[in-house]
Design a protein around this ligand. Structure first.
Ligand code: PMV
Length: 314
């Protein structure tokens, strides 16, 4: 029996993080330079039903039966089994590897889930629709993030730039021209669940103030969407700057993120902001093909542990 392989890209949130948890729109795009990969092969010599999971990047090698039921990988496997009505599969080994940095706002958890769910369902003889893959991955996201908006599993499953509103049908974006982003990693690992929890506590304490900030983010995202669709990159850059200021007001920036955002702007970025949960992780800078190398260099000199230059395509 051949091995079944599936991969899924990383992602970045262009605009709208955090406010998206509260029903405002956000825009995200896939990053195909980094990927999660799941390979499943039958293990006919092992007892029937035994599923062995190997994730060398996180030092995990375990039988499914030995993982706690609320482990993200157990949740993904059991979700696929339930979806397909399978109780005892062929014995198999599932190996997961990923080049997506973890805990840095690039959707590594969701990408692992999507690759895993696709490979496992193909191994079990049924290819699931994108919608079902995304829904199953969302269930796993709840373990990672507590109250996820669903944007990560959506953009990663569809592998297209999306305009996303929680609970609504996804809208893919029509870009009139490609644009280039330089992603800079602060190297500070940050848990999205903690950042989301902190914003929730502040929102509970000062609801009117936070609702007003989220409304402003929503307007900024809509202007940015329009800028993306007509190819007005100066305007998109301004909206990214504006969104960054609103994220600072929410308290999710950090000294390292501020340093990189400033360095990118000084090196000619059209706009720059933190991306994802914040408090560490990644920032993004809007560049042109010509300015991207200098911006990447400036980010590295200002402490970025990694830069990725990616072009978002129509
Ligand atoms: O840190 P990331 O890129 O996984 O994204 C988190 C985005 C939030 O809006 C902060 C949370 C969410 O579930 O949408």
């Amino acid at each position: 029996m051949p091995a079944f392989t599936a991969t899924a890209p990383g992602k970045i949130i262009l605009l709208g993080e955090h406010a998206v948890v509260y029903g405002r729109p956000a825009i995200a795009a896939p990053v195909n330079q980094v990927r999660a990969r799941a390979v499943i092969s039958a293990a006919p010599r092992r007892p029937s039903g035994e599923v062995l999971i190997q994730a060398p990047d996180i030092g995990l090698e375990s039988r499914l039966a030995d993982l706690p039921g609320d482990h993200p990988l157990a949740c993904a496997v059991n979700g696929v089994f339930a979806e397909l009505g399978i109780s005892r599969p062929l014995a198999c080994t599932i190996r997961i590897t990923s080049t997506i940095p973890v805990a840095s706002g690039m959707g590594s958890g969701a990408a692992v889930s999507v690759a895993f769910i696709r490979a496992l369902s193909a191994f079990l003889g049924q290819v699931l629709s994108d919608e079902r893959v995304s829904t199953l991955a969302f269930e796993v996201e709840k373990i990672h993030h507590g109250t996820p908006s669903g944007i990560d599993n959506t953009v990663i499953t569809y592998n297209l730039p999306v305009y996303f509103v929680r609970g609504k049908a996804i809208q893919t974006l029509r870009l009139s021209k490609p644009f280039t982003l330089v992603i800079g990693d602060t190297g500070v690992a940050s848990s999205t669940a903690i950042a989301v929890g902190e914003v929730r506590r502040r929102w509970q304490a000062s609801t009117a103030q936070y609702e007003a900030i989220f409304d402003q983010v929503g307007r900024t995202v809509d202007f940015a969407r329009n800028a993306i669709e007509v190819g007005w990159l100066d305007e998109l850059g301004l909206r990214m700057d504006e969104n960054h200021n609103l994220l600072r007001l929410m308290g999710v920036s950090s000294p390292e993120l501020e340093q990189l955002v400033q360095a990118a702007r000084a090196a000619g970025a059209l706009g720059a902001k933190l991306s994802g949960g914040g408090r560490g992780g990644n920032m993004i800078a809007l560049a042109t093909e010509a300015s991207a190398p200098a911006i990447a260099q400036a980010l590295s000199s200002s402490g970025a542990v990694r830069t990725i230059t990616t072009t978002i395509q129509p």
